[in-house]
Design a protein around this ligand. Sequence first.
Ligand SMILES: [Zn+2]
Length: 407
Amino acid sequence: MKHDLLRFGLAITSALGLFAGKTPSTLAIFRSALTAIKLLGLFSLARYITRDGLRIICYHGFAVAEEYKFRSRLFIRKELFLRRIEYLQRKHFPILPLSAAVEALDQDRLPAGATVITMDDAWQGVYSVALPIIRELWIPVTLYVPTYYIEHPMPVFPVTLAYLFWRTKVLTVDMPRGLGTFRLDTEAGKAETLAQDLGGSLPPADRLEFLKETAKALAVPFDEIEKQQLFRVVDEQQLRHLADAGVDIQLHSHRHQWPLDDREKVEWEIVENRKFLERTVSHPLEHFCYPSGVYAPHQGEWLEALGVKSATTIEPGLNYVDTPRFILRRLMDGHPVSDIEFEAEITGFMEIVRALRERRLFSMLRRRFCRHRRPPARGPDPPADRDLAVSDRSRETPRPSHLLKAL
Ligand SMILES: [Zn+2]
Protein backbone atom coordinates (compact mmCIF):
# COMPACT_ATOMS: atom_id res chain seq x y z
CA MET A 1 0.00 0.00 0.00
CA LYS A 2 2.74 2.35 1.03
CA HIS A 3 4.72 1.58 -2.12
CA ASP A 4 1.63 1.98 -4.32
CA LEU A 5 0.94 5.36 -2.81
CA LEU A 6 4.56 6.34 -3.20
CA ARG A 7 4.55 5.26 -6.85
CA PHE A 8 1.32 7.19 -7.43
CA GLY A 9 2.74 10.25 -5.73
CA LEU A 10 5.99 10.05 -7.66
CA ALA A 11 4.03 9.79 -10.89
CA ILE A 12 2.18 12.98 -9.98
CA THR A 13 5.34 14.83 -9.03
CA SER A 14 7.15 13.63 -12.14
CA ALA A 15 4.24 14.90 -14.21
CA LEU A 16 4.28 18.21 -12.36
CA GLY A 17 8.02 18.41 -12.84
CA LEU A 18 7.55 17.72 -16.53
CA PHE A 19 4.89 20.38 -16.81
CA ALA A 20 6.89 22.91 -14.86
CA GLY A 21 9.11 23.62 -17.86
CA LYS A 22 9.99 27.06 -19.07
CA THR A 23 8.15 27.16 -22.34
CA PRO A 24 4.86 29.06 -22.33
CA SER A 25 2.87 26.01 -23.40
CA THR A 26 4.18 23.65 -20.70
CA LEU A 27 3.77 26.41 -18.14
CA ALA A 28 0.15 26.83 -19.24
CA ILE A 29 -0.40 23.05 -18.86
CA PHE A 30 1.24 23.14 -15.43
CA ARG A 31 -1.02 25.97 -14.30
CA SER A 32 -4.10 24.23 -15.69
CA ALA A 33 -3.09 21.07 -13.82
CA LEU A 34 -2.79 23.09 -10.61
CA THR A 35 -6.24 24.60 -11.18
CA ALA A 36 -7.71 21.11 -11.62
CA ILE A 37 -5.91 19.90 -8.50
CA LYS A 38 -7.32 22.83 -6.57
CA LEU A 39 -10.84 22.05 -7.79
CA LEU A 40 -10.40 18.48 -6.55
CA GLY A 41 -9.86 19.90 -3.08
CA LEU A 42 -6.20 18.92 -2.82
CA PHE A 43 -5.05 22.44 -1.95
CA SER A 44 -7.34 22.38 1.09
CA LEU A 45 -6.05 18.95 2.06
CA ALA A 46 -2.45 20.16 1.65
CA ARG A 47 -3.17 23.18 3.83
CA TYR A 48 -4.50 20.86 6.53
CA ILE A 49 -1.50 18.52 6.31
CA THR A 50 1.03 21.36 6.37
CA ARG A 51 -0.85 23.57 8.79
CA ASP A 52 1.98 23.70 11.31
CA GLY A 53 4.57 24.74 8.70
CA LEU A 54 5.73 28.34 8.85
CA ARG A 55 5.45 30.09 5.51
CA ILE A 56 8.07 32.80 4.98
CA ILE A 57 7.53 34.78 1.78
CA CYS A 58 10.44 36.59 0.15
CA TYR A 59 10.10 39.81 -1.81
CA HIS A 60 12.78 42.19 -3.00
CA GLY A 61 12.10 45.58 -4.58
CA PHE A 62 8.97 47.38 -5.68
CA ALA A 63 8.93 48.92 -9.13
CA VAL A 64 9.29 52.70 -9.18
CA ALA A 65 9.16 52.75 -13.01
CA GLU A 66 9.28 49.94 -15.54
CA GLU A 67 12.25 48.05 -14.12
CA TYR A 68 9.91 45.10 -13.40
CA LYS A 69 10.14 44.38 -17.12
CA PHE A 70 13.90 43.95 -16.68
CA ARG A 71 13.87 41.80 -13.52
CA SER A 72 10.31 40.71 -12.87
CA ARG A 73 11.11 38.81 -9.69
CA LEU A 74 13.46 41.41 -8.26
CA PHE A 75 11.06 44.32 -8.73
CA ILE A 76 7.34 43.79 -8.42
CA ARG A 77 4.44 46.09 -9.10
CA LYS A 78 2.37 47.07 -6.11
CA GLU A 79 -0.76 45.47 -7.62
CA LEU A 80 0.84 42.02 -7.26
CA PHE A 81 1.72 42.61 -3.62
CA LEU A 82 -1.78 43.93 -2.86
CA ARG A 83 -3.31 40.85 -4.47
CA ARG A 84 -1.14 38.52 -2.41
CA ILE A 85 -1.93 40.24 0.88
CA GLU A 86 -5.63 40.32 0.02
CA TYR A 87 -5.47 36.55 -0.63
CA LEU A 88 -3.65 35.82 2.64
CA GLN A 89 -6.14 37.89 4.61
CA ARG A 90 -9.19 36.50 2.83
CA LYS A 91 -7.99 32.93 3.40
CA HIS A 92 -7.08 33.66 7.03
CA PHE A 93 -3.36 32.96 6.89
CA PRO A 94 -2.17 34.80 10.00
CA ILE A 95 0.69 37.17 9.15
CA LEU A 96 3.15 37.34 12.02
CA PRO A 97 6.23 39.41 12.77
CA LEU A 98 9.36 37.32 12.10
CA SER A 99 10.66 37.39 15.69
CA ALA A 100 7.29 36.27 17.09
CA ALA A 101 7.04 33.52 14.48
CA VAL A 102 10.54 32.18 15.18
CA GLU A 103 9.84 32.21 18.91
CA ALA A 104 6.53 30.41 18.40
CA LEU A 105 8.23 27.89 16.10
CA ASP A 106 10.76 27.21 18.88
CA GLN A 107 7.92 26.62 21.30
CA ASP A 108 5.83 24.61 18.83
CA ARG A 109 2.82 26.89 19.20
CA LEU A 110 2.46 28.51 15.80
CA PRO A 111 -1.09 29.22 14.67
CA ALA A 112 -2.16 27.15 11.65
CA GLY A 113 -0.88 28.53 8.35
CA ALA A 114 1.36 31.11 10.04
CA THR A 115 3.00 33.37 7.47
CA VAL A 116 5.84 35.89 7.61
CA ILE A 117 6.58 38.53 4.98
CA THR A 118 10.20 39.46 4.32
CA MET A 119 11.78 41.90 1.87
CA ASP A 120 15.44 41.84 0.92
CA ASP A 121 17.88 44.64 0.11
CA ALA A 122 15.89 47.80 1.04
CA TRP A 123 15.37 49.01 -2.51
CA GLN A 124 14.03 52.53 -2.90
CA GLY A 125 10.57 51.26 -3.85
CA VAL A 126 10.15 49.61 -0.46
CA TYR A 127 10.03 53.12 0.97
CA SER A 128 8.21 54.98 -1.80
CA VAL A 129 5.79 52.25 -2.95
CA ALA A 130 5.48 49.52 -0.30
CA LEU A 131 5.51 51.54 2.92
CA PRO A 132 2.14 53.28 2.29
CA ILE A 133 0.59 49.86 1.54
CA ILE A 134 2.14 48.27 4.61
CA ARG A 135 0.80 51.11 6.75
CA GLU A 136 -2.62 50.96 5.17
CA LEU A 137 -2.98 47.19 5.45
CA TRP A 138 -1.29 47.07 8.83
CA ILE A 139 0.90 44.05 8.17
CA PRO A 140 4.17 43.08 9.84
CA VAL A 141 7.15 43.06 7.50
CA THR A 142 10.83 42.26 8.03
CA LEU A 143 13.30 44.16 5.86
CA TYR A 144 16.78 42.67 5.49
CA VAL A 145 19.15 45.58 4.85
CA PRO A 146 22.68 45.50 3.42
CA THR A 147 24.34 48.80 4.26
CA TYR A 148 27.17 49.45 1.77
CA TYR A 149 24.99 51.34 -0.73
CA ILE A 150 23.37 53.33 2.06
CA GLU A 151 26.83 54.40 3.16
CA HIS A 152 27.86 55.10 -0.46
CA PRO A 153 24.71 56.36 -2.23
CA MET A 154 24.61 55.46 -5.92
CA PRO A 155 22.62 53.05 -8.10
CA VAL A 156 23.54 49.49 -7.09
CA PHE A 157 26.35 48.71 -9.51
CA PRO A 158 25.84 45.08 -10.64
CA VAL A 159 22.10 45.47 -11.23
CA THR A 160 22.41 48.86 -12.94
CA LEU A 161 25.16 47.59 -15.22
CA ALA A 162 23.06 44.56 -16.19
CA TYR A 163 20.15 46.92 -16.88
CA LEU A 164 22.30 49.04 -19.23
CA PHE A 165 23.12 45.95 -21.30
CA TRP A 166 19.45 44.89 -21.26
CA ARG A 167 18.21 48.32 -22.31
CA THR A 168 20.71 49.25 -25.01
CA LYS A 169 19.76 49.17 -28.65
CA VAL A 170 23.26 49.58 -30.06
CA LEU A 171 24.76 46.69 -32.01
CA THR A 172 28.40 47.29 -31.16
CA VAL A 173 29.89 48.89 -28.06
CA ASP A 174 33.29 50.41 -27.51
CA MET A 175 33.59 49.86 -23.76
CA PRO A 176 35.27 52.54 -21.64
CA ARG A 177 38.58 52.11 -19.82
CA GLY A 178 40.05 50.08 -22.65
CA LEU A 179 37.87 47.02 -22.10
CA GLY A 180 37.54 46.56 -25.84
CA THR A 181 34.96 46.63 -28.62
CA PHE A 182 32.16 44.04 -28.63
CA ARG A 183 29.33 42.97 -30.93
CA LEU A 184 26.32 42.82 -28.61
CA ASP A 185 24.46 40.10 -30.52
CA THR A 186 27.22 37.59 -29.75
CA GLU A 187 29.51 39.12 -27.11
CA ALA A 188 27.23 40.99 -24.73
CA GLY A 189 27.85 38.46 -21.94
CA LYS A 190 31.61 38.79 -22.28
CA ALA A 191 31.48 42.59 -22.29
CA GLU A 192 29.23 42.67 -19.24
CA THR A 193 31.38 40.20 -17.29
CA LEU A 194 34.49 42.31 -17.91
CA ALA A 195 32.63 45.45 -16.86
CA GLN A 196 31.20 43.77 -13.74
CA ASP A 197 34.68 42.63 -12.72
CA LEU A 198 36.24 46.03 -13.29
CA GLY A 199 33.42 47.94 -11.58
CA GLY A 200 33.53 45.65 -8.57
CA SER A 201 37.17 46.52 -8.02
CA LEU A 202 36.69 50.32 -8.14
CA PRO A 203 36.08 52.63 -5.16
CA PRO A 204 32.48 53.97 -4.97
CA ALA A 205 32.95 57.37 -6.66
CA ASP A 206 34.93 55.91 -9.53
CA ARG A 207 32.44 53.04 -9.84
CA LEU A 208 29.66 55.59 -10.39
CA GLU A 209 31.78 57.35 -12.98
CA PHE A 210 32.37 54.05 -14.76
CA LEU A 211 28.62 53.39 -14.81
CA LYS A 212 28.04 56.76 -16.46
CA GLU A 213 30.76 56.08 -19.03
CA THR A 214 29.26 52.67 -19.80
CA ALA A 215 25.76 54.14 -20.11
CA LYS A 216 27.11 56.67 -22.62
CA ALA A 217 28.89 53.94 -24.59
CA LEU A 218 25.65 51.92 -24.69
CA ALA A 219 23.55 55.01 -25.52
CA VAL A 220 21.31 54.64 -22.46
CA PRO A 221 20.36 57.97 -20.81
CA PHE A 222 21.86 57.76 -17.32
CA ASP A 223 20.15 60.97 -16.15
CA GLU A 224 16.80 59.23 -16.71
CA ILE A 225 17.91 56.36 -14.48
CA GLU A 226 18.92 58.84 -11.80
CA LYS A 227 15.73 60.89 -12.17
CA GLN A 228 13.58 57.79 -11.65
CA GLN A 229 15.75 56.69 -8.71
CA LEU A 230 16.16 53.32 -10.42
CA PHE A 231 18.25 50.73 -8.61
CA ARG A 232 18.84 52.95 -5.60
CA VAL A 233 18.41 51.65 -2.09
CA VAL A 234 16.87 53.75 0.66
CA ASP A 235 18.93 56.48 2.27
CA GLU A 236 19.57 56.69 5.99
CA GLN A 237 16.67 59.04 6.65
CA GLN A 238 14.24 56.81 4.77
CA LEU A 239 15.55 53.84 6.69
CA ARG A 240 14.77 55.72 9.89
CA HIS A 241 11.26 56.47 8.64
CA LEU A 242 10.76 52.78 7.86
CA ALA A 243 11.95 51.83 11.33
CA ASP A 244 9.77 54.52 12.94
CA ALA A 245 6.80 53.23 10.97
CA GLY A 246 7.35 49.81 12.50
CA VAL A 247 9.25 47.93 9.80
CA ASP A 248 11.40 45.26 11.39
CA ILE A 249 14.87 46.14 10.06
CA GLN A 250 17.27 43.17 10.20
CA LEU A 251 20.73 42.02 9.06
CA HIS A 252 21.77 41.19 5.49
CA SER A 253 25.61 41.73 5.59
CA HIS A 254 27.32 45.06 4.89
CA ARG A 255 28.47 44.55 1.29
CA HIS A 256 25.99 41.85 0.28
CA GLN A 257 28.88 39.44 0.13
CA TRP A 258 29.10 36.17 1.96
CA PRO A 259 32.15 33.92 1.77
CA LEU A 260 31.46 30.34 2.79
CA ASP A 261 34.72 29.43 4.50
CA ASP A 262 36.19 32.67 5.78
CA ARG A 263 34.86 33.15 9.30
CA GLU A 264 36.73 36.40 9.82
CA LYS A 265 35.13 38.03 6.76
CA VAL A 266 31.71 36.70 7.71
CA GLU A 267 32.08 38.24 11.17
CA TRP A 268 33.19 41.54 9.63
CA GLU A 269 30.12 41.60 7.37
CA ILE A 270 27.79 41.10 10.33
CA VAL A 271 29.59 43.48 12.69
CA GLU A 272 29.74 46.32 10.12
CA ASN A 273 26.14 45.72 9.05
CA ARG A 274 24.93 45.77 12.64
CA LYS A 275 27.05 48.80 13.59
CA PHE A 276 25.55 50.81 10.74
CA LEU A 277 21.97 49.74 11.41
CA GLU A 278 22.25 50.41 15.15
CA ARG A 279 22.52 54.12 14.30
CA THR A 280 18.92 53.91 13.11
CA VAL A 281 17.28 50.97 14.80
CA SER A 282 16.66 50.49 18.49
CA HIS A 283 15.25 46.95 18.44
CA PRO A 284 17.58 43.91 18.57
CA LEU A 285 19.33 43.05 15.28
CA GLU A 286 19.30 39.29 15.56
CA HIS A 287 17.73 37.93 12.39
CA PHE A 288 19.74 37.49 9.22
CA CYS A 289 19.23 36.70 5.57
CA TYR A 290 22.04 35.12 3.53
CA PRO A 291 23.02 37.45 0.64
CA SER A 292 21.90 35.87 -2.64
CA GLY A 293 20.84 32.84 -0.61
CA VAL A 294 24.42 31.54 -0.42
CA TYR A 295 25.14 29.65 2.79
CA ALA A 296 26.86 26.65 4.30
CA PRO A 297 25.35 24.66 7.20
CA HIS A 298 28.42 25.17 9.40
CA GLN A 299 27.81 28.92 9.38
CA GLY A 300 24.90 28.61 11.78
CA GLU A 301 27.35 28.19 14.63
CA TRP A 302 29.24 31.31 13.52
CA LEU A 303 26.04 33.32 13.37
CA GLU A 304 24.88 32.09 16.75
CA ALA A 305 28.18 33.24 18.28
CA LEU A 306 27.42 36.70 16.81
CA GLY A 307 24.08 36.86 18.60
CA VAL A 308 21.97 35.93 15.57
CA LYS A 309 18.85 33.86 16.24
CA SER A 310 17.68 32.95 12.75
CA ALA A 311 18.84 33.02 9.15
CA THR A 312 16.71 32.72 6.03
CA THR A 313 17.73 31.16 2.71
CA ILE A 314 16.03 31.03 -0.66
CA GLU A 315 15.58 27.26 -0.43
CA PRO A 316 11.90 26.71 -1.23
CA GLY A 317 9.74 25.16 1.45
CA LEU A 318 7.95 25.51 4.75
CA ASN A 319 9.55 25.50 8.20
CA TYR A 320 8.72 23.15 11.05
CA VAL A 321 9.74 22.77 14.65
CA ASP A 322 12.71 20.65 13.54
CA THR A 323 13.88 22.93 10.71
CA PRO A 324 17.33 24.34 11.57
CA ARG A 325 16.87 28.00 12.55
CA PHE A 326 19.87 29.02 10.45
CA ILE A 327 18.50 27.36 7.32
CA LEU A 328 14.96 28.70 7.26
CA ARG A 329 13.25 28.19 3.92
CA ARG A 330 11.33 30.82 2.00
CA LEU A 331 8.84 31.06 -0.81
CA MET A 332 10.12 33.45 -3.49
CA ASP A 333 7.36 35.53 -4.99
CA GLY A 334 7.33 37.81 -8.01
CA HIS A 335 5.72 38.33 -11.39
CA PRO A 336 6.81 34.96 -12.80
CA VAL A 337 4.72 33.31 -10.05
CA SER A 338 1.08 33.16 -11.16
CA ASP A 339 -1.81 33.37 -8.69
CA ILE A 340 -2.43 29.62 -8.88
CA GLU A 341 1.26 28.84 -8.32
CA PHE A 342 1.33 31.17 -5.34
CA GLU A 343 -1.73 29.43 -3.97
CA ALA A 344 -0.12 26.02 -4.55
CA GLU A 345 2.90 27.15 -2.53
CA ILE A 346 1.12 28.92 0.30
CA THR A 347 -1.40 26.12 0.86
CA GLY A 348 1.51 23.66 1.08
CA PHE A 349 0.57 21.65 -2.00
CA MET A 350 3.99 22.22 -3.59
CA GLU A 351 5.59 21.34 -0.26
CA ILE A 352 3.91 17.95 -0.51
CA VAL A 353 5.07 17.63 -4.12
CA ARG A 354 8.64 18.32 -2.98
CA ALA A 355 8.27 15.78 -0.15
CA LEU A 356 7.08 13.19 -2.67
CA ARG A 357 9.93 13.94 -5.05
CA GLU A 358 12.46 13.63 -2.25
CA ARG A 359 10.72 10.52 -0.91
CA ARG A 360 10.11 12.07 2.49
CA LEU A 361 6.33 12.28 2.41
CA PHE A 362 5.72 9.45 4.86
CA SER A 363 8.17 10.82 7.39
CA MET A 364 6.49 14.20 6.91
CA LEU A 365 3.02 12.73 7.54
CA ARG A 366 4.25 10.74 10.53
CA ARG A 367 5.79 13.86 12.02
CA ARG A 368 2.58 15.82 11.40
CA PHE A 369 0.11 13.32 12.78
CA CYS A 370 2.01 11.08 15.19
CA ARG A 371 4.06 13.56 17.16
CA HIS A 372 3.58 14.67 20.72
CA ARG A 373 3.51 18.38 21.26
CA ARG A 374 6.70 19.56 22.89
CA PRO A 375 6.56 21.59 26.07
CA PRO A 376 7.51 25.22 25.56
CA ALA A 377 11.27 25.78 25.48
CA ARG A 378 11.04 28.56 28.04
CA GLY A 379 8.35 30.19 30.11
CA PRO A 380 4.66 29.41 30.22
CA ASP A 381 2.44 29.44 27.17
CA PRO A 382 1.08 32.95 26.66
CA PRO A 383 -2.54 33.43 25.67
CA ALA A 384 -3.07 32.39 22.07
CA ASP A 385 -2.82 35.76 20.38
CA ARG A 386 -0.86 37.76 22.88
CA ASP A 387 2.28 38.13 20.86
CA LEU A 388 1.29 36.43 17.64
CA ALA A 389 -0.36 39.52 16.32
CA VAL A 390 -2.19 38.92 13.09
CA SER A 391 -3.09 41.23 10.30
CA ASP A 392 -6.80 40.58 10.49
CA ARG A 393 -8.23 43.99 11.24
CA SER A 394 -11.52 42.49 12.26
CA ARG A 395 -9.94 41.35 15.51
CA GLU A 396 -10.26 43.82 18.27
CA THR A 397 -6.93 43.07 19.92
CA PRO A 398 -5.25 46.37 20.80
CA ARG A 399 -2.34 47.01 18.48
CA PRO A 400 0.71 46.02 20.51
CA SER A 401 3.70 48.29 20.21
CA HIS A 402 5.97 45.51 19.02
CA LEU A 403 3.59 44.84 16.15
CA LEU A 404 3.70 48.50 15.30
CA LYS A 405 7.46 48.15 15.27
CA ALA A 406 7.14 45.26 12.88
CA LEU A 407 4.40 46.86 10.81
ZN1 LIG B 1 19.94 40.45 -0.91
